[in-house]
Design a protein around this ligand. Structure first.
Ligand code: RUB
Length: 308
């Protein structure tokens, strides 16, 4: 259990971050926990596995990849400890493997949308978005990237490191330079924490500003998202909870000093409506956002059965 609690803490504090990494870490933690779980009572096994699942799911509220990963990795229908254990080990291993392959497919599919000489803008740090840019670069296309800083946690610094390590022409901009810079951009590519049934994209705070600026400048706007980033519960009316993080991430109490009455708001994600999204690139193909329902139905049907 201690290992699983450590992973949960790393997700909460963002030592492990990004919807895809969070999903894979949760699947691994659950697999390792189940492998070591010592009990011969099936009731106890079920209770402990369910408890472990909710500990992982409760770490961060916005990325649907987390509950989807825990449900897919932790699925079993056997009614004995050993059979259920072995089904979970298989499900979790399959999820981790599929998630890895999905990134390769997204890279291949999305790279077709980039031409030699294109300039891309990206936001935060998304492995799915970077898979597209890196694949196009490996194919010999000359791609230039503007990466936003992504305050307050500055995930843009991770992005510029990854891009420059890959030998890609990279420029860092502050978040408020997005609209000014958009005139030089051909395509915006971002990741996804959740995609709702009506094709809205929930992603790092500021994403909707990129989308708005891209729309105004007639620039393509693409989200790169594995199918497990679509949210089945939105089909049943649930809203995606936007995580509000510690104000200390924005400014420390010391620096606020003589302004104790000033409040700090630190929403970690925002919502981009489907009208501003040209394409969602998944491992199963490139879809318009209006097809979110079909993706949920075909790829996350297990969840619908459980709910329906
Ligand atoms: C990360 C973020 C990323 C998505 C997709 O937010 O918004 O764009 O999670 O990432 P945080 P990936 O840093 O708060 O976790 O494509 O790597 O899954």
């Amino acid at each position: 259990m201690q290992q699983l609690l450590d992973t949960a803490e790393k997700i909460r504090t963002m030592e492990i971050r990004g919807a895809g990494r969070i999903a894979a870490a949760a699947a691994r933690a659950l697999r390792d926990y189940v492998e070591m779980l010592e009990t011969s009572s099936f009731e106890e096994f079920v209770a402990k596995v369910e408890k472990a699942k909710s500990i992982l799911i409760e770490t961060r509220p916005t990325a649907v990849s987390l509950p989807n990963a825990v449900m897919l990795a932790g699925s079993y229908d056997a009614e004995t400890v050993e059979k259920a254990r072995s089904q979970i080990l298989d499900s979790a291993t399959e999820f981790i493997q599929n998630a890895d392959n999905a990134l390769d497919n997204i890279g291949e599919i999305g790279a077709k949308r980039l031409r030699d000489g294109d300039t891309v803008m990206t936001h935060c740090n998304s492995h799915a978005a970077l898979a597209i840019i890196k694949t196009a670069h490996k194919q010999g296309k000359r791609i230039k990237v503007y990466a936003t800083e992504s305050r307050p946690r500055r995930q843009g610094f991770i992005t510029i490191k990854e891009l420059s390590d890959a030998g890609i022409d990279t420029t860092l901009i502050v978040d408020s330079a997005v609209r000014y810079t958009m005139k030089n951009v051909d395509t915006v590519i971002v990741g996804a924490d959740s995609i709702t049934v009506n094709g809205a994209l929930v992603n790092k705070i500021g994403t909707s500003q990129l989308a708005l600026a891209a729309h105004e400048a007639r620039v393509n706007f693409i989200s790169a998202a594995e199918t497990y980033k679509f949210s089945p519960s939105t089909l049943f009316g649930d809203l995606v909870e936007i995580e509000e993080r510690d104000p200390e991430e924005v400014i420390s109490k010391d620096k606020l000093g003589d302004m104790p009455d000033v409040k700090i708001s630190n929403p970690a994600f925002d919502v981009t409506p489907s009208e501003y999204i040209d394409l969602i690139v998944t491992e199963a193909g490139a879809f318009p956002p209006q097809m979110a329902y079909v993706i949920i139905k075909e790829h996350l049907g297990w969840e619908l059965e459980k709910m329906g």
